[in-house]
Design a binder for this molecule. Structure first.
Ligand code: C5P
Length: 224
């Protein structure tokens, strides 16, 4: 069977990663969570007190960042590693969400991550979720879906996700964070969040994860 690239882009907390993970499993494809890469860079910058407005400091720090993914049998998905350390749990915390959009708006950071993502999916058979996959990383992806959902519903889902990991955050704080990230992500110069002309819109506000997965699989099957 022909292998493709499935690009799932969209707003924060629309169910992109959960959908991507399950689609990949069903198709026997690899799943690459590009948000995890920007989060890992953010963690490194945070730990090393990098001044984001200092290009020299940023470039030096970036050259010290090595990101890899390793399959976690227990989770049934890959965990992200930063310089050999599993940081999957740490990067999901709220303090990283509060800085990641600023970090991912830095052009050199984006260039480095995009180059790495393009290398990772060289052999196709990949589901990649992010913000610029269908527009910048793989403009030739065979399947492109742009995901969105009602902001309050997205915030509620995010709150549940954080809670399941033991972090209690007020809904208002989450709504503010999602709004801020969407604005920074869609207005940055390099690789802004936008729907590719040939992407299909999927509003997940009232969809179950199974419905989202079926939607993507049907689209995938239709292009083969
Ligand atoms: O997908 P997730 O919400 O984990 O992504 C975290 C942040 O990483 C996004 O808000 C965005 O700023 C950045 N990101 C990006 N480009 C991608 C994936 C994520 O700029 N391809």
């Amino acid at each position: 069977m022909k292998k493709t690239i499935i690009a799932l882009d969209g707003h924060s907390s629309c169910g992109k990663s959960t959908t991507a993970k399950q689609v990949a499993k069903k198709l026997g494809y690899a799943f690459i969570d590009t948000g995890a890469m920007y989060r890992a860079v953010s963690l490194y910058f945070h730990e090393n007190h990098i001044t984001l407005t200092n290009p020299k400091e940023v470039e030096k720090a970036l050259s010290e960042v090595h990101i890899t993914f390793h399959f976690n049998e227990h989770r049934g998905a890959s965990d992200v590693y930063l310089n050999g350390l599993n940081v999957e749990e740490e990067i999901r915390k709220m303090y990283i969400s509060q800085m990641v959009s600023e970090v991912s708006a830095i052009t050199v950071v984006r260039k480095a991550m995009v180059a790495q993502q393009q290398k990772m999916a060289k052999h196709r058979g990949v589901v990649m979720d992010g913000r610029d996959i269908g527009t910048k990383v793989f403009p030739d992806a065979e399947v492109k879906v742009f995901m969105t959902a009602d902001p309050t519903i997205r915030a509620g889902r995010r709150q549940q996700e954080l809670l399941s990991k033991g972090e209690m955050v007020d809904l208002d704080v989450i709504i503010e964070n999602l709004k801020k990230r969407d604005i920074i992500d869609s207005t940055r110069e390099e690789g802004p969040l936008s729907q590719a002309n040939d992407a299909v819109l999927m509003d997940t506000s009232f969809m179950t994860i199974d419905e989202q997965v079926d939607f993507v699989i049907q689209l995938h099957d239709s292009v083969l």
